[in-house]
Design a binder for this molecule. Structure first.
Ligand code: AN0
Ligand code: CP
Length: 316
């Protein structure tokens, strides 16, 4: 594997999930695979889970790890070609990415969307420039439109904890005070549409995700209807795709409470984290036995380790 940016980069999703679950049982079985190989984790935005779980995964495989917090410690990057760099940008992404490729065997990048120019975000301009110029395999640590390591960890979690062969999985929109990316829900939808689950998306009017990611899903504006008989409920806020990056007021209350879970099939509650308590999701749910958000975050290690193992095997 030379690129991990979406589910489309994975030839066999079920096999990758099995590999991750094997690694969870035996984390150090491939300690020699990453010997004398280096990964650079490059963050253009903040992170807790992605940073720590990917670092741990690389260490479990015996790799050397370098972390660069580009947003705080790196030079401001210019992305455009054919501009005179007399503004705030100090270094062009062409040189920056190429230089990183001199130091690392694999580069992993976090590059959030600006949420202003939809074409720029959905064409993955920043992430693709890293891929184009660094010259080594690249892993997405959440790009403008997708968060594949999160979605893989989510599928691992559902596979581990499901109580029936084809569980009902519901992605529900939740309130927030800021416009957030569509990357996590896009990616979750894309992976669920490839998994053996019954998949429903519930969102208020005006918050439809881009149709490219949701083919095969049932989509409704009625949260109550969606929750009936659900086995897993994935809670996430996102801003509108159209008008892009905007947040319009929602009159109904979309925050989940224990009362609302009564009609589910004893559903487990998932969230990628970080979560704002009692705004996106009630504390009573987060503190209770239906929440699996910490278990889910734990599985980020095995998702990253399965992907890095595949990449290392391809390095030769
Ligand atoms: C980010 C998002 O929604 O994409 C990162 C989630 C992993 N969340 C926030 O900015 C709060
Ligand atoms: N879920 C997730 O990616 O968390 P971080 O933003 O803290 O890495």
């Amino acid at each position: 594997m030379k690129l991990f940016s979406s589910v489309n980069d994975v030839p066999d999703v079920q096999l990758l999930v099995k590999e991750a679950l094997r690694l969870k049982q035996n984390p150090y079985a491939h300690k020699d695979l990453g010997e004398n190989k280096t990964i650079a984790l490059v963050f253009l935005n903040p992170s807790l889970r992605t940073r720590m779980s990917t670092q741990k995964a690389a260490l479990n495989l015996g790799m050397n790890v370098m972390v660069l917090n580009m947003d705080k410690e790196g030079w401001a990057l210019e992305l455009r070609d054919n501009v005179i760099m007399n503004g705030t940008a100090v270094e062009h992404i062409r040189e920056a990415a190429a230089v990183m490729g001199q130091y690392a065997d694999i580069i992993a990048v976090r590059s959030f969307p600006g949420l202003k120019d939809r074409d720029e975000d959905y064409n993955e301009v920043i992430f693709n420039k890293f891929v184009e110029f660094c010259g080594v395999p690249v892993v997405s640590l959440e790009s403008a439109t997708r968060h594949p390591l999160q979605s893989l960890a989510d599928l691992i979690t559902i596979t581990e904890l499901k109580k029936r062969d084809r569980p009902k999985v519901v992605l529900t929109w939740a309130p927030h005070i800021k416009p957030l990316p569509q990357a996590v829900p896009n990616s979750f939808a894309e992976w669920m549409c490839r998994a053996d689950v019954e998949f429903t998306i519930a969102n208020p009017e005006g918050y439809e995700l881009c149709g490219d990611f949701t083919k095969g899903a049932i989509i409704t504006h009625n949260q109550h209807e969606a929750l009936a008989d659900a086995d897993f409920i994935y809670v996430k806020n996102w801003s509108a795709y159209e008008p892009y990056g905007k947040v319009s007021p929602v009159s109904e209350d979309w925050m989940l409470t224990n009362e609302r879970l009564k009609i589910t099939n004893d559903a487990k509650i998932m969230h990628c984290l970080p979560v704002r308590r009692d705004l996106e999701l009630s504390s009573e749910i987060l503190n209770g036995s239906s929440s699996i958000v910490v278990h889910e975050a734990g599985n980020r290690v095995w998702a990253a380790q399965a992907v890095l193992k595949r990449m290392l095997e391809g390095l030769g």
